[in-house]
Design a protein around this ligand. Structure first.
Ligand code: C5P
Length: 406
């Protein structure tokens, strides 16, 4: 997506640098637009080094820069949005490049207010915000925390991860609106005793990326995760699990009624037959047993029209093994990755996969961020939902006017 990152003059401008880096890392094309006040807090050079396009500051450089920026943007995000910036935007003023761009765009706009508590709670600020919300502007509300000068209170700008998630949600397709998606993630941990576990090298990052991407596309998402990762999408319901047995119970409970089930978790294939109640001393002799095949159970119980996706991490003949697994598991899509390849699979932020389809055909996704791989997978899922599977949701998509990203 083409993102215009507006930065106005508040101390939280230092966090806009991280927002810029994360947006670029997520594959977006970012043009920073700094107000004169912003450069009192952060340097143009810092943004220049991180962004995808030169920093823009003036209405008077280049040819009508505000309309060019406004027309080409997929999303305009202002982080931080000061009380002054919100007032000028709400009043329809256009006396600098950022406010002029905000008026010249038809793209979704996300504002991330940041200011002292007294200012944040002032009726003038709240009135301005209400006017913007009524016009469809998405607000990422500030948090309560440490403010400039050591004060503590409401008004601290939201964390960069939440802002990036709100940008993705505002600018991306809403093609999973009204759908329910259940995703599993992470490597399960099978207890040997209260201290030791058998697990695997899965980080859970790919499954979390699928959950976050589905939420950004409008789905209501349940993420059943064994990974100790935070979730950057507040709309995702997170169920934390440890073992394959926990995960099976949580998935079997969540899957009925879901439109899509994605088993991205690396379920431990075996576990100790019995786990000790107290810490084992010395070297135990472990008797292992197979864990339940959760995916097979979900396929057995599937609702009519439910799309089920499996993952396969392979180290040899990935495509051949994947094709066999696709058929054996009875899933609609199987995401195969060769985890022995550089930058692929476990613990990396990138992945390269082939998405095999039960209807025939394979889509290759070359080395990309895990979020981009998730988007490619969801494109396929949406294709299945709209062509061969369920009807689109009967309820009309939620009215987005005044939608507030929290
Ligand atoms: O481990 P394997 O390659 O067979 O995993 C393929 C798919 O099956 C994955 O989607 C994984 O989440 C799922 N699986 C499962 N229960 C297991 C093992 C694997 O649901 N016990």
């Amino acid at each position: 997506m083409r993102v215009v990152l507006g930065v106005s003059g508040g101390i939280a401008a230092y966090k806009a640098i991280e927002v810029c880096r994360r947006l670029v890392d997520a594959g977006h094309h970012v043009t920073p637009v700094l107000t004169d006040a912003a450069v009192h807090f952060v340097g143009e050079t810092t943004f220049a080094a991180l962004a995808s396009a030169p920093v823009q500051r003036s209405l008077w450089e280049g040819t009508i820069p505000h309309t060019r920026l406004g027309k080409t943007a997929d999303v305009v995000v202002v982080a931080p949005a000061t009380a002054d910036l919100l007032a000028r935007y709400a009043a329809g003023m256009a006396d600098d490049l950022l406010t002029a761009t905000l008026l010249a765009t038809r793209a979704p706009v996300v504002v991330c207010p940041a200011m002292h508590t007294e200012m944040w709670e002032h009726p003038a600020v709240q009135d301005n915000l209400a006017r913007l919300v009524a016009r469809g502007v998405v607000v990422v509300p500030p948090e309560t925390g440490r403010l400039a000068g050591g004060d503590v209170g409401a008004g601290r700008m939201a964390e960069p991860a939440a802002i990036v998630a709100a940008v993705a949600a505002a600018g991306g397709p809403r093609d999973l609106e009204g759908r329910r998606v259940v995703v599993s993630a992470g490597g399960t941990r099978e207890r040997i005793d209260p201290v030791r576990v058998i697990t695997n090298r899965s980080s859970g990052k790919q499954g979390h990326a699928v959950a976050e991407a589905a939420a950004a596309r409008g789905a209501s998402v349940t993420l059943v995760t064994a990974a100790p990762l935070s979730v950057d999408a507040p709309a995702v319901e997170v169920v934390r699990v440890e073992s394959a047995a926990d995960m099976e119970a949580a998935m079997v409970a969540a899957a009925p009624g879901a439109d899509v089930v994605v088993m991205a978790a690396a379920v431990a294939d075996f576990r100790p037959k019995a786990s000790a109640e107290v810490k084992v001393h010395g070297v135990p002799e472990l008797v292992l047993e197979q864990t339940p095949d959760i995916l097979a159970e979900l396929v057995r119980r599937r609702d009519p029209g439910q799309v089920i996706v499996g993952f396969a991490a392979e180290t040899d003949d990935p495509l051949e093994r994947g094709a066999g697994k696709l058929e054996r598991k009875g899933v609609d899509l199987l995401v195969v990755n060769d985890v022995s390849a550089p930058g692929v699979g476990f613990d990396h932020d990138t992945n390269a996969v082939t998405i095999l389809s039960a209807g025939g055909g394979a889509v290759e996704v070359p080395l990309r961020t895990k979020r981009e791989v998730a988007e490619a997978l969801l494109d396929r899922v949406v294709g299945l939902l709209t062509t061969t599977h369920r009807d689109p949701p009967r309820t009309a998509p939620a009215d987005q006017t005044g939608r507030t990203a929290t």
